[in-house]
Design a protein around this ligand. Structure first.
Ligand code: THU
Length: 158
């Protein structure tokens, strides 16, 4: 048996350290969170992506009275981009949480299901890394360059 060490890398940074373009994507994610339909959780999430063309597309979580029919913000935006801009690469994904439930000590990384969808999205663009920026801890942000840091050994069929 051989031990295999996987060493994902994350960076914490302040908002001031973002590039102008990244700050714009984060601002769009925060704006999008205000359009969340989250009456059941009161957890308002926005996700925004910047495409290689420079275009920014954003969305929010959309819950449903039939709970499993709801959808996370990341999946809403990624599936929309996959459907409407199928050949266009995503450079950056920002995820914002606007909620009274937000806890300053936590980092709001994407959920497991969204990680899988981000992974397939990145695979669709020849694995060109998507820069993923999310909130916390506190006023800080956390980032990683490529979904492999959040989801090593991802499931892929081909
Ligand atoms: N949610 C997201 O939008 N993104 C995530 O990565 C995790 C959770 C949403 C789903 C649900 O509407 C609410 O947050 C509470 O889980």
């Amino acid at each position: 048996m051989q031990k295999l060490v996987v060493a994902p890398e994350f960076f914490t940074l302040s908002e001031r350290a973002l590039s102008t373009a990244e700050a714009q994507v984060l601002a769009e994610a925060r704006k999008a969170a205000l359009n969340a339909h989250a009456p059941y959780s009161q957890f308002f999430v926005g996700a925004a992506v910047q495409l290689e063309t420079g275009e920014i597309v954003s969305a929010s979580n959309q819950e449903n009275a039939s709970y499993p029919s709801g959808m996370c913000a990341e999946r809403v935006v990624l599936n929309f981009v996959g459907a409407t801009h199928p050949k266009v690469k995503i450079k950056t994904l920002c995820i914002a949480v606007v909620s009274e439930l937000k806890d300053a000590s936590r980092v709001y990384a994407p959920c497991g299901g969204c990680r899988q969808v981000i992974s397939e999205t990145q695979a669709r663009q020849n694995n060109e890394p998507i820069d993923i920026i999310f909130e916390g801890p506190g006023d800080q942000l956390t980032r990683c360059c490529g979904i492999e840091h959040l989801l090593p050994f991802t499931f892929q069929l081909f």
